[in-house]
Write a protein that binds this ligand. Structure first.
Ligand SMILES: [Fe+2]
Length: 199
């Protein structure tokens, strides 16, 4: 287990700010954290694990600020950074797993996710893109967003076309139906709506 200090939210935000500066990226980090936290609660993990899942969500793209102009290198710098900051091998591996199977990242293309937390992270960080785009389409409103509307957008492949629907479906490997995952994810992001420019 990672030492407790490193698992504190303020500490993690501090680390993120060392390598990332764009507000829009922080929106994605915060939304991923919120979905992971909500998901961990809904599957009734213990408080300590809920925090662990949330922190993984928050920091999963730690090297994005350094690699986004050359996506092929995304998650290449992350292990080194996270190790230096004191995270465990297991934590680091989970972070990196959200890039497994990704065509644009050659060094991770042939790897496969196997653990529940890995599927949870991949599905959670991916659904944030769909929900945020849908909220913007609705005039930034998430408060009254219904999962059925989100489901329609999920099925409409031309909407937020870059959002990989197959990865969102990995929620089933966490033991959740797509409908339940839509509900949980909306619920999670609603709780932080003011921090991510939504209403
Ligand atoms: Fe991400």
């Amino acid at each position: 287990m990672d030492n407790l200090d490193i698992m504190k939210r303020e500490k993690v935000l501090e680390i993120l700010k060392k390598y990332n500066s764009q507000d829009s990226d922080f929106i994605h980090f915060l939304e991923s954290e919120a979905v992971m936290r909500e998901l961990a609660k809904k599957i009734e993990l213990k408080d300590e694990e809920v925090n662990y899942w949330a922190i993984i969500g928050l920091i999963h793209d730690i090297d994005w600020g350094l690699t986004k102009n050359d996506v092929q290198t995304h998650l290449k710098k992350a292990p080194e950074i996270l190790k230096k900051e004191g995270f465990s091998e297991e934590f680091i591996e989970t972070v990196i797993s959200h890039g497994y199977g990704c065509e644009e990242i050659p060094h991770l293309r042939d790897k496969k996710r196997t653990k529940r937390i890995e599927h949870a992270l991949a599905a959670s960080e991916t659904i944030t893109g769909l929900i945020h785009a849908y909220a913007l389409m609705r005039g930034k409103k998430i408060e009254d967003m219904d999962y059925k509307g989100l489901k329609k957008k999920f099925k409409d492949k031309s909407f937020a076309a870059k959002v990989n629907r197959e990865i969102i479906k990995e929620c089933e490997k966490v033991g959740l139906s797509l409908d339940d995952f839509f509900k949980i994810s909306i619920e999670g992001i609603k709780k932080i709506k003011n921090q991510v420019g939504l209403e």
